[in-house]
Design a protein around this ligand. Structure first.
Ligand code: G3I
Length: 359
């Protein structure tokens, strides 16, 4: 099925059919336990009309068979959660350690999944030789160039898209005062994109950020940046909308319009790169319903635009979510609980994917 066909006219009818398929799944699941694991997966439901992905963490991929089985069976795109970040890849200057990232790439290949590379230029998870060193601007630029060329070359041909620059903006749309910005000014962004393109001309190159789901000063700064880069011929091909939402906050209702200003007006792809919806614990029925609604609305907004090409959840099980360690007292953000029971949000996504395919 070609991608442009996934925006159906008789949407209501298709959604009915999708609901029937999901209902059939529930029936089978409740009456035939041996068959319950088999019938529908997210990736089968998507059927390549959109990439449905997850962040993948080590060591759980190695040590948790259920995690491994679901990661391989439910998704057709994976993003290494930490293994491609600078501290993992170049822990000492000029010493590159690719084993963990290579393992994820091999897992993806074995499961016919594409890989979304994450991330080349960020202000977090940098090695101490870099953050603790004293470098001139020219040295820092050379270090950045060397790192990008080395890493992207290593994975050349194996990465569908790279988050080349991660989280460059503050909430008010000004540039974040990172070590890169302070030393090099905003030119580090165009440089990073050009170097990545040089090392792997086929890879899509993204700028990725959070709190840019709706139209706001931060997403408008991203819009203006991408517009300016495109006007200069800088190879930027996509915008990553991370999608870290919370049920205690309102939903960014203009997400569809925001996606469309990037895809229609600027002609770049969009990916939902890190979707999760956390709650203040404990979770109750109301929070669960809000979570389902938020997942559903993000997925529908992406599916409504043929150039929104990837929906990736930032981990699929609460068992390994990053949320509780960063937001104390919050969690339950993922589409499976910590015992691998699929939540209503999982079935909402499944239903949306089937509907978009025309079922
Ligand atoms: O690998 C070390 C291990 O050696 C050490 O023993 C252990 C002790 O704390 O730490 C381990 O590193 C942790 C790493 O995850 C791997 O598990 C770090 O402490 C921890 O800070 C790190 O958290 C990651 C976080 O980014 C760091 O900024 C999360 O897993 C990861 O989900 C999160 O992902 C980010 C995206 O990259 C960008 N967007 C936001 C998103 C959520 O914060």
């Amino acid at each position: 099925m070609i991608k442009s066909m996934r925006r159906p006219a008789p949407f209501i009818q298709r959604r009915h059919l999708a609901a029937m398929l999901v209902a059939a799944f529930f029936t089978l699941a409740s009456t035939a336990p041996a068959f319950a694991k088999a019938p529908i997966t997210l990736r089968a439901a998507a059927d390549h009309t959109v990439q449905i992905g997850t962040a993948i963490g080590l060591p759980q991929l190695d040590n948790d068979p259920t995690y491994r089985a679901l990661a391989g069976s439910q998704f057709n795109s994976v993003t290494p959660e930490n293994a491609m970040k600078w501290d993992a890849i170049e822990p000492q200057r000029g010493v590159y350690t690719y084993a963990a990232a290579d393992e994820i790439v091999a897992f993806a290949r074995a499961h016919d999944q594409q890989v979304h590379g994450h991330t080349l230029v960020w202000h977090n998870q940098l090695p101490s030789w870099l953050t603790g060193g004293t470098f001139t601007a020219a040295e820092l630029r050379a270090i950045l160039r060397q790192h990008i060329i080395s890493e992207v070359s290593h994975f050349r041909g194996k990465i569908y898209a790279w988050d080349v620059v991660n989280e460059p903006f503050n909430e008010d749309g000004t540039y974040r005062q990172t070590m890169w910005f302070q030393a090099l000014g905003p030119s580090y962004i165009a440089d990073a994109l050009r170097w990545a393109h040089q090392a792997d001309p086929q890879a899509k190159l993204y700028i990725n950020d959070y709190n840019i789901e709706g139209i706001n000063p931060k997403s408008t700064a991203m819009y203006n940046l991408v517009k300016s880069l495109r006007a200069q011929g800088v190879p930027v091909s996509g915008v990553g909308i991370q999608g870290h939402l919370g049920t205690q906050y309102g939903f960014p209702g203009d997400i569809a319009q925001n996606i469309q200003r990037f895809t229609h007006r600027l002609g770049v792809q969009v990916g939902i790169t890190e979707l999760d919806v956390r709650s203040i614990l404990p979770v109750d029925a109301t929070k669960l319903a809000t979570q389902t609604d938020y997942y559903n609305r993000v997925v529908e907004a992406c599916l409504a635009d043929a150039r929104c090409v990837n929906i990736t959840v930032w981990g699929f099980t609460d068992k390994y979510s990053w949320v509780p360690s960063v937001f104390a007292g919050q969690g339950a953000a993922d589409i499976y609980d910590e015992n691998y029971v699929a939540k209503p949000a999982y079935f909402a996504i499944l239903r949306d994917l089937l509907a978009a395919r025309g079922h």
